[in-house]
Design a protein around this ligand. Structure first.
Ligand code: AR6
Length: 176
């Protein structure tokens, strides 16, 4: 499914983000940028050691912020590493921090002149954010950004598995 927002298009696809050919893919990292499981593990495995080398130099990234490295051996110029919140019931500003992770990633991509970016579903694996709520926040934040700024032409949400895809589809239909 896709929708047009201003001059940009938001795509929902089911798949593996390490196969993307956008200018940048976004990693759901941890604040130490230490690598881990899930999408983080997949990106470092497929991208090779150059990505971790840069992560070590950067040293860390606070929750809700984003940093950028090379794409290593991936078919992308850059990996943007952002840190989503750990879900602890919803009263610890998780929604604000999740929105910030998306927005800071987009701002960083814009500042580097990137035209296309692919996101995974941040915080909805190991960090336990309920998928339906996270999908609404992700899509609202991205579409709001594209209504204001038109430099990023393509945003792809690469959802891992049918359930994630369907939740995002439901969320996207509810906001258009
Ligand atoms: N492509 C796209 N999405 C994927 C892929 C993939 N190859 N693999 C998993 N996902 P998670 P988080 C989905 O746990 O919740 C790590 O250890 C997955 O199904 O990767 O933000 C980090 O180091 C889920 O929907 O990230 C942190 O410590 C989504 O990606 C911590 O986990 C996010 O799941 C971050 O937790």
């Amino acid at each position: 499914m896709d929708i047009k927002v201003n001059e940009s298009i938001v795509f929902l696809v089911e798949g593996d983000i390490t196969k993307e050919k956008t200018d940048a893919i976004v990693n759901a990292a941890n604040s130490r940028l230490a690598g881990g499981g899930g999408v983080d593990g997949a990106i470092h495995r497929a991208g090779g050691p150059a990505i971790m080398e840069e992560c070590r130099k950067i040293g860390g990234c606070p929750t809700g912020k984003a940093v950028i490295t090379t794409g290593g051996k991936l078919d992308v110029k850059h990996v943007i590493h952002t840190v989503g919140p750990i879900y602890r019931g919803g009263m610890k500003n998780e929604a604000g921090l999740l929105a910030s992770a998306y927005k800071e990633s987009l701002k960083l991509a814009s500042s580097k002149g990137l035209k296309s970016i692919a996101f995974p579903s941040i915080s909805t694996g190991a960090y336990g954010y309920p998928l339906a709520e996270a999908a609404n926040i992700a899509l609202k934040t991205v579409t709001d950004y594209l209504k204001e700024k038109t430099d990023i032409k393509t945003v792809r949400f690469v959802l891992f598995g049918r359930q994630a895809y369907e939740e995002y589809e439901k969320a996207l239909k509810s906001i258009v």
